[in-house]
Each structure stands twice: as structure tokens, then as C-alpha cells.
Design a protein around this ligand. Structure first.
Ligand code: DO4
Ligand code: MG
Length: 293
């Protein structure tokens, strides 16, 4: 099963795709995912005739129905430096903080305890076709294309999604204590277009993640990584997230990026970020630059 939502700008409408057919979904999407994980399909209403591909081509400037985020997560968290390439690339940035002879990124990569950080609430998240943001005070913001896992409060994985941990890398590079400001702000996170149930993702460690940054209709960056390169396994990340830390059902955990463009790919107003994960789909988001008030 996969779930998604559409909006007409005023109201949202939720749907489930089962055996290739689209149905109205009459219950909260997180409840539907939990029931499905327990072997029950709940809340399916009438089958509807929706052209999903046509709707996927629309963005927030279009009129009529278009995609939005699949549901409103109460909390989104991140795990970091879970790929070797991120350990290396994060450590390359000029004057990187060290503990002893290792950068903080090298240290956390090899440590037993992963990096886990708070990322977003529903109001800071956008969906497919909606704008992610560059902070007004950042000149180097990058997308971080990641596999997102949707979990229950007990840490059970009930869904997978595509998620973008948009990050103001210059603010974090200035001082690691600025991490929350580099990670958490309006429009800092996009996910969707779908949440896909685990039965559709046989092996989360054999997925291909692809990123494209498009400027003026041309691709200015392309990168890819396979999730088999994830050093921190998902259950280990989830274990640390929920240790002595109660999270609500439907919490999303971003599992870290393995694609790291350089400074020359800093996002600009008007860019488009396209992230694909095999078996899930493609999340496309335009970029806007916020103003400093
Ligand atoms: O502090 C670094 C953040 C790392 C991160 O977000 C990632 O590896 O995806
Ligand atoms: Mg990240």
C-alpha cells in the first residue's frame, strides 16, 4: 500500500493505492499505516479515477488539485554521518571542529552512539511540488536526499518515504553549536510524494537514491548512492532515537545522506530539486530564498 494526499489549496484529500487502484482513505494516514503493519487494511472508501502522473507534474503555483505532504508528522528527526562519504565530505570543510585528532564527523562515524538530531514539525515540512527554502542568512544551503522511515512510538517501521534534509551548511560549518539553526527553519524539510508500506520495499538496503539540481531548465548537479552503503543500520538508528525519548506514532527518521554536492551547487531561488528512490518514486520541489526580517 502507498498513501498520498492532494490539496486544492484549501482542503486536503487523502488516498491509498492498493493493488494499483486508488481509493479514498477515510482514516488518519498514520492509523492506516499502523493497521496495515498489523495485517489489516482499514478506512478504504470508494475507488477513484485519479491521474496520479498528471498530478505529479503540477506544483504549488498550479490551480486545482495537486500533491502535498502525505500526512502531518508531529516530529521529524535526523540521523547523521551514516555513510562513509558523508564522514569524509563533512570533514573536508576548512576549519572543522576536532575532538583529539579526529574531526567531530570522523569521531561520530566510528562511535557506538550515532548523531541524532531534531529536524522538523509538520509546519516546517513541505510536500511534492511545494517549495523548500534557503534561509535568508545562508549562502550555502544544500539538499540532503535521504531514505525516511516512518515509525510508531515503539520504533516499528510502518513506512518508507523520500525525504530532503535541507541544510544550511555554511551555518553548521561556522560553529557546530549552530546545528539546530542550520537544520530547523521554515521549509527545511520535504517528504513524499508517497509513504510506501514495508511489504513494497523488500530490502531497504538495496535502494538507489538519486539527486538532481535543476537551474534554468538544466541539470547543474547529479549524484547517486545505494543504501547498501549505509553504515548505520536503520534499527540501530531507531534504537537510539527512541531511547529514553518518547516519540509519537508517525514520527519520521531521516537515515542520513550519502550524496553531498559541493559549494558550487549551493541552492538558489528558482532551482528545482529532484530526488528519486527506487521503489518509492520522485520528490520534486522548487526552491525559494527567504528574506531576513
Ligand atoms: O551534522 C551533520 C549532519 C549530518 C547529516 O544530516 C547527514 O549525514 O545526513
Ligand atoms: Mg542529513
Amino acid at each position: 500500500m502507498r498513501i498520498f494526499r492532494l490539496t486544492n489549496g484549501e482542503s486536503t484529500f487523502q488516498y491509498a493505492v492498493v493493488d494499483g487502484k486508488v481509493f479514498e482513505l477515510g482514516v488518519d494516514p498514520v492509523k492506516a499505516l499502523i493497521s496495515y503493519a498489523n495485517g489489516r487494511v482499514v478506512g478504504l472508501g470508494a475507488e477513484v479515477n485519479i491521474d496520479v502522473n498528471q498530478l505529479l507534474s503540477k506544483d504549488y503555483r498550479s490551480s486545482g488539485l495537486r500533491f502535498t505532504k502525505p500526512y502531518d508528522p508531529i516530529e521529524v528527526w535526523g540521523s547523521g554521518i551514516s555513510y562513509e562519504v558523508s564522514r569524509r565530505r563533512y570533514s573536508e570543510e576548512g576549519d572543522v571542529a576536532k575532538i583529539g585528532d579526529k574531526t567531530i564527523y570522523e569521531r561520530v562515524y566510528g562511535a557506538e552512539r550515532p548523531e541524532i538530531f531534531f529536524k522538523a514539525t509538520a509546519n516546517r515540512c513541505v510536500g511534492h511540488g511545494e517549495p523548500i527554502a534557503v534561509r535568508g542568512d545562508s549562502e550555502w544551503t544544500l539538499p540532503e536526499p535521504e531514505l525516511g522511515v516512518v515509525i510508531t512510538s515503539n520504533g516499528k517501521v510502518i513506512g518508507y518515504t523520500i525525504i530532503d534534509d535541507v541544510s544550511a551548511r555554511d551555518i553548521e560549518a561556522e560553529n557546530p553549536l549552530y546545528l539546530p539553526q542550520s537544520k530547523v527553519y521554515n521549509g527545511c524539510c520535504a517528504f513524499g510524494p508517497f509513504v510506501v508500506t514495508p511489504d513494497e520495499i523488500k530490502d531497504p538496503y538495496s535502494l538507489q537514491i538519486r539527486l538532481r539540481i535543476i537551474r534554468g531548465g538544466k541539470s547543474i548537479y547529479e549524484g547517486e548512492v545505494g543504501t547498501e552503503r549505509m553504515r548505520r543500520r536503520i534499527d540501530e538508528q531507531v534504537k537510539y532515537l527512541i531511547r529514553n525519548n518518547t516519540v509519537p506514532d508517525g514520527t519520521i527518521l531521516m537515515t542520513g545522506t550519502g550524496i553531498l554536492p559541493g559549494r558550487d551547487a549551493a541552492l538558489r531561488d528558482g532551482d528545482v530539486v529532484e530526488i528519486s528512490i527506487s521503489g518509492i518514486g520522485t520528490l520534486t520541489t522548487p526552491v525559494i530564498k527567504l528574506k531576513v526580517d
